[in-house]
Design a protein around this ligand. Structure first.
Ligand SMILES: [Zn+2]
Length: 375
Protein backbone atom coordinates (compact mmCIF):
# COMPACT_ATOMS: atom_id res chain seq x y z
CA UNK A 1 0.00 0.00 0.00
CA UNK A 2 1.87 3.11 -1.18
CA UNK A 3 2.25 5.76 1.47
CA UNK A 4 3.57 9.28 1.15
CA UNK A 5 3.34 10.98 -2.23
CA UNK A 6 6.60 11.98 -3.87
CA UNK A 7 6.11 14.78 -6.39
CA UNK A 8 8.67 14.49 -9.17
CA UNK A 9 9.15 15.73 -12.72
CA UNK A 10 11.82 14.75 -15.22
CA UNK A 11 11.72 18.43 -16.21
CA UNK A 12 14.63 19.02 -13.83
CA UNK A 13 16.91 17.16 -16.27
CA UNK A 14 16.85 20.21 -18.56
CA UNK A 15 18.89 22.09 -15.92
CA UNK A 16 21.81 19.92 -17.02
CA UNK A 17 24.60 21.68 -15.19
CA UNK A 18 28.10 20.25 -15.58
CA UNK A 19 30.30 23.01 -14.15
CA UNK A 20 30.12 25.76 -11.59
CA UNK A 21 32.60 28.52 -10.82
CA UNK A 22 34.51 28.25 -7.56
CA UNK A 23 36.86 31.11 -6.68
CA UNK A 24 37.04 32.04 -10.35
CA UNK A 25 37.74 28.57 -11.77
CA UNK A 26 35.27 26.26 -13.52
CA UNK A 27 34.99 23.07 -11.48
CA UNK A 28 32.66 20.05 -11.76
CA UNK A 29 29.23 21.09 -10.52
CA UNK A 30 27.79 19.89 -7.22
CA UNK A 31 24.13 20.59 -7.94
CA UNK A 32 23.61 18.07 -10.75
CA UNK A 33 20.68 16.07 -12.10
CA UNK A 34 22.07 12.84 -10.65
CA UNK A 35 21.09 14.11 -7.19
CA UNK A 36 17.36 14.03 -7.84
CA UNK A 37 17.61 10.81 -9.85
CA UNK A 38 19.32 9.02 -6.97
CA UNK A 39 16.62 10.15 -4.58
CA UNK A 40 13.83 9.15 -6.97
CA UNK A 41 15.22 5.68 -7.69
CA UNK A 42 15.86 4.95 -4.01
CA UNK A 43 12.34 5.98 -3.02
CA UNK A 44 10.89 3.89 -5.88
CA UNK A 45 12.91 0.87 -4.74
CA UNK A 46 11.58 1.28 -1.20
CA UNK A 47 8.12 0.40 -2.49
CA UNK A 48 6.35 2.47 0.13
CA UNK A 49 6.15 5.78 -1.71
CA UNK A 50 3.84 6.86 -4.54
CA UNK A 51 5.40 8.96 -7.30
CA UNK A 52 3.14 11.63 -8.80
CA UNK A 53 3.71 14.32 -11.44
CA UNK A 54 3.25 17.99 -10.60
CA UNK A 55 0.39 20.06 -11.96
CA UNK A 56 1.08 23.43 -13.58
CA UNK A 57 0.41 26.46 -11.40
CA UNK A 58 1.55 29.24 -13.72
CA UNK A 59 3.45 32.39 -12.80
CA UNK A 60 1.04 33.99 -10.31
CA UNK A 61 2.29 32.10 -7.22
CA UNK A 62 5.88 32.97 -8.22
CA UNK A 63 5.08 36.65 -8.74
CA UNK A 64 3.44 36.70 -5.30
CA UNK A 65 6.90 36.16 -3.82
CA UNK A 66 9.47 37.27 -6.44
CA UNK A 67 10.16 40.51 -8.30
CA UNK A 68 8.77 40.37 -11.84
CA UNK A 69 12.17 41.57 -13.08
CA UNK A 70 13.86 38.43 -11.76
CA UNK A 71 11.30 36.27 -13.55
CA UNK A 72 11.81 38.25 -16.79
CA UNK A 73 15.58 37.92 -16.50
CA UNK A 74 15.53 34.16 -15.96
CA UNK A 75 13.06 33.71 -18.80
CA UNK A 76 15.11 35.73 -21.29
CA UNK A 77 18.71 35.23 -20.14
CA UNK A 78 19.69 32.37 -22.39
CA UNK A 79 18.20 33.95 -25.51
CA UNK A 80 20.32 37.01 -24.70
CA UNK A 81 23.46 34.90 -24.26
CA UNK A 82 22.91 33.54 -27.76
CA UNK A 83 21.98 36.93 -29.25
CA UNK A 84 25.12 38.52 -27.81
CA UNK A 85 27.13 35.53 -29.05
CA UNK A 86 28.74 34.87 -25.69
CA UNK A 87 30.85 31.72 -26.16
CA UNK A 88 29.97 29.98 -22.92
CA UNK A 89 28.09 26.78 -22.14
CA UNK A 90 26.76 28.33 -18.94
CA UNK A 91 26.17 31.85 -17.70
CA UNK A 92 27.56 33.22 -14.43
CA UNK A 93 28.29 36.81 -13.48
CA UNK A 94 31.65 38.30 -12.74
CA UNK A 95 30.42 41.75 -11.66
CA UNK A 96 27.97 42.28 -8.81
CA UNK A 97 26.43 45.45 -7.36
CA UNK A 98 28.00 45.02 -3.89
CA UNK A 99 26.93 47.45 -1.19
CA UNK A 100 30.25 49.33 -0.93
CA UNK A 101 29.87 50.51 -4.52
CA UNK A 102 26.96 52.71 -3.38
CA UNK A 103 28.28 53.83 0.00
CA UNK A 104 27.17 57.38 0.84
CA UNK A 105 24.48 57.55 -1.82
CA UNK A 106 21.01 58.67 -0.74
CA UNK A 107 17.92 56.51 -0.94
CA UNK A 108 16.80 58.68 -3.86
CA UNK A 109 20.05 58.07 -5.71
CA UNK A 110 19.85 54.35 -4.93
CA UNK A 111 16.33 54.35 -6.32
CA UNK A 112 17.72 55.46 -9.68
CA UNK A 113 20.00 52.44 -10.02
CA UNK A 114 18.94 50.42 -13.04
CA UNK A 115 19.28 46.99 -14.51
CA UNK A 116 21.95 47.01 -17.24
CA UNK A 117 21.22 45.97 -20.82
CA UNK A 118 24.06 43.46 -21.35
CA UNK A 119 23.25 40.00 -20.10
CA UNK A 120 26.67 39.85 -18.38
CA UNK A 121 25.56 42.79 -16.25
CA UNK A 122 22.00 41.58 -15.79
CA UNK A 123 23.17 38.26 -14.35
CA UNK A 124 25.12 40.19 -11.70
CA UNK A 125 22.19 42.54 -11.02
CA UNK A 126 19.89 39.58 -10.29
CA UNK A 127 22.52 37.28 -8.75
CA UNK A 128 24.32 36.65 -5.49
CA UNK A 129 27.32 34.57 -6.49
CA UNK A 130 29.20 32.79 -9.26
CA UNK A 131 28.31 29.26 -8.14
CA UNK A 132 24.91 29.50 -9.82
CA UNK A 133 25.29 28.48 -13.48
CA UNK A 134 22.38 29.25 -15.77
CA UNK A 135 21.99 26.95 -18.79
CA UNK A 136 19.41 26.83 -21.61
CA UNK A 137 17.04 24.61 -19.60
CA UNK A 138 17.32 26.42 -16.28
CA UNK A 139 14.18 28.55 -16.49
CA UNK A 140 11.91 25.63 -17.42
CA UNK A 141 13.39 23.43 -14.72
CA UNK A 142 13.02 26.19 -12.14
CA UNK A 143 9.33 26.58 -13.07
CA UNK A 144 8.98 22.81 -12.73
CA UNK A 145 10.49 22.84 -9.24
CA UNK A 146 7.94 25.45 -8.18
CA UNK A 147 5.13 23.28 -9.57
CA UNK A 148 6.55 20.34 -7.61
CA UNK A 149 6.47 22.39 -4.40
CA UNK A 150 2.95 23.72 -5.01
CA UNK A 151 1.65 20.27 -5.91
CA UNK A 152 3.04 18.91 -2.65
CA UNK A 153 1.19 21.74 -0.89
CA UNK A 154 -2.00 20.84 -2.81
CA UNK A 155 -1.76 17.22 -1.69
CA UNK A 156 -1.63 18.38 1.91
CA UNK A 157 -4.21 21.18 1.72
CA UNK A 158 -6.75 19.61 -0.67
CA UNK A 159 -5.78 15.96 -0.82
CA UNK A 160 -6.00 15.26 2.88
CA UNK A 161 -2.43 13.97 3.13
CA UNK A 162 -0.63 14.31 6.45
CA UNK A 163 2.59 14.89 4.54
CA UNK A 164 3.87 15.13 0.98
CA UNK A 165 7.40 15.32 -0.37
CA UNK A 166 8.38 17.53 -3.30
CA UNK A 167 11.58 16.44 -4.99
CA UNK A 168 12.45 19.99 -6.02
CA UNK A 169 15.42 20.59 -8.28
CA UNK A 170 16.87 23.17 -8.65
CA UNK A 171 16.62 23.95 -4.93
CA UNK A 172 15.31 27.29 -3.71
CA UNK A 173 16.16 28.64 -0.27
CA UNK A 174 19.00 30.99 -1.32
CA UNK A 175 16.76 32.79 -3.82
CA UNK A 176 15.51 36.10 -2.40
CA UNK A 177 12.66 38.23 -3.71
CA UNK A 178 14.89 39.86 -6.34
CA UNK A 179 17.89 37.53 -6.44
CA UNK A 180 18.98 34.08 -7.58
CA UNK A 181 22.02 32.39 -6.05
CA UNK A 182 23.49 29.34 -4.39
CA UNK A 183 22.16 26.87 -7.03
CA UNK A 184 18.69 28.44 -6.53
CA UNK A 185 16.50 30.45 -8.94
CA UNK A 186 12.99 30.52 -7.48
CA UNK A 187 12.41 29.99 -3.77
CA UNK A 188 10.24 26.87 -3.86
CA UNK A 189 9.70 26.75 -0.09
CA UNK A 190 8.83 30.45 0.20
CA UNK A 191 6.39 30.21 -2.71
CA UNK A 192 4.75 27.15 -1.12
CA UNK A 193 4.64 28.78 2.34
CA UNK A 194 3.08 31.97 0.98
CA UNK A 195 0.53 29.90 -0.92
CA UNK A 196 -0.34 27.88 2.19
CA UNK A 197 -0.67 31.05 4.29
CA UNK A 198 -2.92 32.67 1.67
CA UNK A 199 -5.12 29.64 1.20
CA UNK A 200 -5.53 28.65 4.85
CA UNK A 201 -5.50 32.12 6.42
CA UNK A 202 -3.28 30.55 9.07
CA UNK A 203 0.30 31.27 10.10
CA UNK A 204 2.86 28.92 8.56
CA UNK A 205 6.18 27.67 9.92
CA UNK A 206 9.21 26.93 7.76
CA UNK A 207 11.79 24.55 9.21
CA UNK A 208 15.05 24.78 7.24
CA UNK A 209 17.48 21.95 7.94
CA UNK A 210 19.82 22.45 5.00
CA UNK A 211 23.44 22.97 6.11
CA UNK A 212 23.37 26.46 4.60
CA UNK A 213 21.36 29.33 5.96
CA UNK A 214 18.32 30.00 3.77
CA UNK A 215 19.08 33.66 3.27
CA UNK A 216 16.44 33.97 0.56
CA UNK A 217 13.64 32.62 2.71
CA UNK A 218 14.72 34.85 5.59
CA UNK A 219 14.73 37.91 3.31
CA UNK A 220 11.31 37.17 1.83
CA UNK A 221 9.63 36.82 5.23
CA UNK A 222 11.83 39.26 7.22
CA UNK A 223 8.94 41.64 7.95
CA UNK A 224 6.15 39.07 8.11
CA UNK A 225 4.79 37.81 11.40
CA UNK A 226 2.58 35.13 9.85
CA UNK A 227 5.52 33.02 8.63
CA UNK A 228 7.98 31.72 11.22
CA UNK A 229 11.33 30.92 9.65
CA UNK A 230 13.41 28.54 11.82
CA UNK A 231 16.78 27.57 10.36
CA UNK A 232 19.54 25.29 11.65
CA UNK A 233 22.77 25.68 9.70
CA UNK A 234 26.55 25.87 9.79
CA UNK A 235 27.92 29.15 11.17
CA UNK A 236 27.93 31.66 8.29
CA UNK A 237 31.21 33.07 9.60
CA UNK A 238 32.76 30.02 7.96
CA UNK A 239 30.30 28.81 5.33
CA UNK A 240 28.18 30.12 2.46
CA UNK A 241 26.11 32.35 2.34
CA UNK A 242 28.54 34.13 4.71
CA UNK A 243 26.65 37.41 5.09
CA UNK A 244 23.41 36.27 6.73
CA UNK A 245 22.41 33.53 9.14
CA UNK A 246 23.49 34.86 12.52
CA UNK A 247 21.46 34.32 15.67
CA UNK A 248 20.81 38.04 16.16
CA UNK A 249 18.82 38.24 12.91
CA UNK A 250 15.32 37.99 14.38
CA UNK A 251 13.19 39.86 11.83
CA UNK A 252 11.83 43.41 11.96
CA UNK A 253 8.47 45.17 12.19
CA UNK A 254 5.60 42.66 12.22
CA UNK A 255 8.22 39.97 11.57
CA UNK A 256 10.20 40.67 14.73
CA UNK A 257 10.90 37.37 16.54
CA UNK A 258 9.49 35.34 13.62
CA UNK A 259 13.01 34.58 12.39
CA UNK A 260 14.98 32.02 14.41
CA UNK A 261 18.53 31.22 13.31
CA UNK A 262 20.63 28.54 14.97
CA UNK A 263 24.17 28.63 13.56
CA UNK A 264 26.23 25.60 14.58
CA UNK A 265 30.01 25.08 14.64
CA UNK A 266 31.76 22.89 12.08
CA UNK A 267 31.86 19.24 13.07
CA UNK A 268 28.54 19.32 14.94
CA UNK A 269 27.21 15.75 15.22
CA UNK A 270 23.87 14.11 15.88
CA UNK A 271 23.41 14.88 19.59
CA UNK A 272 23.95 18.63 19.40
CA UNK A 273 22.13 18.83 16.07
CA UNK A 274 19.04 17.07 17.48
CA UNK A 275 19.00 19.52 20.40
CA UNK A 276 18.84 22.34 17.87
CA UNK A 277 15.99 20.55 16.09
CA UNK A 278 14.10 20.34 19.39
CA UNK A 279 14.55 24.10 19.99
CA UNK A 280 13.26 24.85 16.50
CA UNK A 281 10.28 22.54 17.02
CA UNK A 282 9.56 24.20 20.38
CA UNK A 283 9.47 27.57 18.60
CA UNK A 284 7.13 26.16 15.94
CA UNK A 285 4.90 24.60 18.62
CA UNK A 286 4.52 28.10 20.07
CA UNK A 287 2.84 29.32 16.87
CA UNK A 288 -0.67 28.60 15.68
CA UNK A 289 -1.22 27.05 12.28
CA UNK A 290 -1.43 23.50 11.05
CA UNK A 291 1.23 23.30 8.31
CA UNK A 292 5.03 23.15 8.40
CA UNK A 293 7.03 23.64 5.22
CA UNK A 294 10.32 21.77 5.57
CA UNK A 295 13.36 22.92 3.60
CA UNK A 296 15.09 19.57 3.61
CA UNK A 297 18.82 19.50 2.90
CA UNK A 298 21.19 16.57 3.28
CA UNK A 299 24.36 18.64 3.04
CA UNK A 300 24.49 18.36 6.85
CA UNK A 301 25.69 14.79 6.18
CA UNK A 302 29.13 13.96 7.56
CA UNK A 303 30.53 13.11 4.13
CA UNK A 304 29.01 16.00 2.22
CA UNK A 305 31.70 17.58 0.01
CA UNK A 306 30.65 21.19 0.71
CA UNK A 307 28.99 20.94 4.16
CA UNK A 308 30.82 21.14 7.49
CA UNK A 309 28.50 19.33 9.91
CA UNK A 310 28.51 15.62 10.76
CA UNK A 311 24.92 14.35 10.85
CA UNK A 312 24.23 10.67 10.12
CA UNK A 313 21.55 8.79 8.19
CA UNK A 314 20.13 7.40 11.44
CA UNK A 315 19.69 10.95 12.72
CA UNK A 316 17.72 11.90 9.58
CA UNK A 317 15.24 9.19 10.46
CA UNK A 318 14.97 10.58 13.99
CA UNK A 319 14.58 14.18 12.76
CA UNK A 320 11.75 13.10 10.46
CA UNK A 321 10.11 11.32 13.37
CA UNK A 322 10.39 14.33 15.70
CA UNK A 323 9.09 16.80 13.11
CA UNK A 324 6.06 14.60 12.40
CA UNK A 325 5.47 14.13 16.13
CA UNK A 326 4.35 17.78 16.34
CA UNK A 327 1.18 16.58 14.64
CA UNK A 328 1.12 19.26 11.94
CA UNK A 329 0.75 18.64 8.22
CA UNK A 330 4.10 18.59 6.41
CA UNK A 331 5.04 20.00 3.01
CA UNK A 332 8.56 18.58 2.69
CA UNK A 333 10.67 20.14 -0.07
CA UNK A 334 14.12 19.09 -1.23
CA UNK A 335 16.90 21.66 -0.97
CA UNK A 336 20.63 20.72 -1.00
CA UNK A 337 22.73 17.63 -0.34
CA UNK A 338 25.77 16.81 -2.46
CA UNK A 339 27.19 13.48 -1.33
CA UNK A 340 25.48 11.65 -4.16
CA UNK A 341 25.99 8.04 -2.99
CA UNK A 342 24.09 8.70 0.24
CA UNK A 343 21.36 11.05 -0.99
CA UNK A 344 18.70 8.47 -1.75
CA UNK A 345 19.19 6.64 1.51
CA UNK A 346 19.21 9.86 3.53
CA UNK A 347 15.94 11.01 1.95
CA UNK A 348 14.42 7.58 2.45
CA UNK A 349 15.42 7.55 6.13
CA UNK A 350 14.01 11.05 6.78
CA UNK A 351 10.71 10.35 5.04
CA UNK A 352 10.26 6.95 6.68
CA UNK A 353 10.84 8.66 10.02
CA UNK A 354 8.16 11.23 9.19
CA UNK A 355 5.75 8.42 8.30
CA UNK A 356 6.43 6.46 11.48
CA UNK A 357 8.03 3.63 9.54
CA UNK A 358 11.15 1.99 11.03
CA UNK A 359 14.67 2.92 10.06
CA UNK A 360 15.74 0.21 7.65
CA UNK A 361 19.12 1.18 6.25
CA UNK A 362 19.96 -0.10 2.76
CA UNK A 363 23.24 0.83 1.11
CA UNK A 364 22.58 2.35 -2.30
CA UNK A 365 23.11 -0.05 -5.20
CA UNK A 366 26.78 -0.11 -6.07
CA UNK A 367 27.81 1.61 -2.85
CA UNK A 368 28.76 0.27 0.59
CA UNK A 369 27.38 1.60 3.88
CA UNK A 370 30.09 4.30 4.06
CA UNK A 371 29.17 5.59 0.64
CA UNK A 372 32.30 4.17 -0.99
CA UNK A 373 31.88 2.51 -4.38
CA UNK A 374 31.84 -1.28 -4.17
CA UNK A 375 33.63 -3.28 -6.88
ZN1 LIG B 1 22.77 23.72 1.20
Amino acid sequence: MPGMHVVYTAGHLAHDVTHETYLGIAVPANEVAERAERIRTTLEADGGFALVAPTEHGLDPILAVHDAGLVRFLESAWTEVRRQEIPRSFLVADTYPVRAMFEGMSAAALGRLREPKAVGGRVGWWGLDSSNPLVPGTYGAALGAVDVALTAADLVLNGGAAAAYGLCRPPGHHAARSMAGGYCFFNNAAIAAHSVASRTGEPVAILDVDVHHGNGTQQIFWRRGDVLYASIHADPAHLYPFFLGYADEVGEGPGKDANFNQPLPAGTGDTVYLEAVDRALDAIAGTSGSVIVVSLGFDTFAQDPIGTLAVTTAAYHEIGRRVAALGRRLVILQEGGYHRPSLGENARAWLRGAEGRPYDPQPAAGFGPTGARTP
